[in-house]
Design a protein around this ligand. Sequence first.
Ligand code: HEM
Length: 149
Amino acid sequence: MTDILADWYLWTKALHVISVIAWMAGLFYLPRLFVYHEETVKTGTDTDDLFQTMERRLLRAIMNPAMIATWIFGLGLVMTPGVVDWSMLWPWVKAASVLGMTWFHMWLAARRKAFAAGTNTLSGRHYRMMNEVPTVLLVLIVFSVIVKF
Ligand code: HEM
């Protein structure tokens, strides 16, 4: 098994990065949709329906599959011999950051359900601030995997 992973290392990494890009696009865009949804749309209107459709499709068609693919290829890299040295700091920073990113995804999914039920209570400002969470985690992750401190 580890031989196969070693042979496919660069392909796995390429697929991991492609999945990461698709996931991050959604993690940045969905909170922006929530900002406009909250600040400009009245509950029960056609525009409300349109925003709900965009949010649902973004999450189900792009973000959920991209998150699952990122995890599968990422764990494939973790199991590849010689890739991760757990005595260094970077794998721990990366692990904590990807857990944070996954938590953020779940939080967004819960907020989408609140919009769909017409029970959103958070302000546009709140969503703007939360939009910084994936940015901070992205910076930590990229420094971890590239600099390998
Ligand atoms: C979800 C769980 C994840 C796991 C288990 C994981 C694990 C890994 C591992 C083990 C590597 C290999 C490092 C190497 O070859 O030296 C890697 C590479 C990489 N990861 Fe992840 N990762 C995950 C999520 C993410 C996320 C969320 C991002 C970006 C926001 C990301 C960005 C990258 C990048 C850019 C590389 C390539 C670094 C290089 O050029 O060598 N990963 N990942």
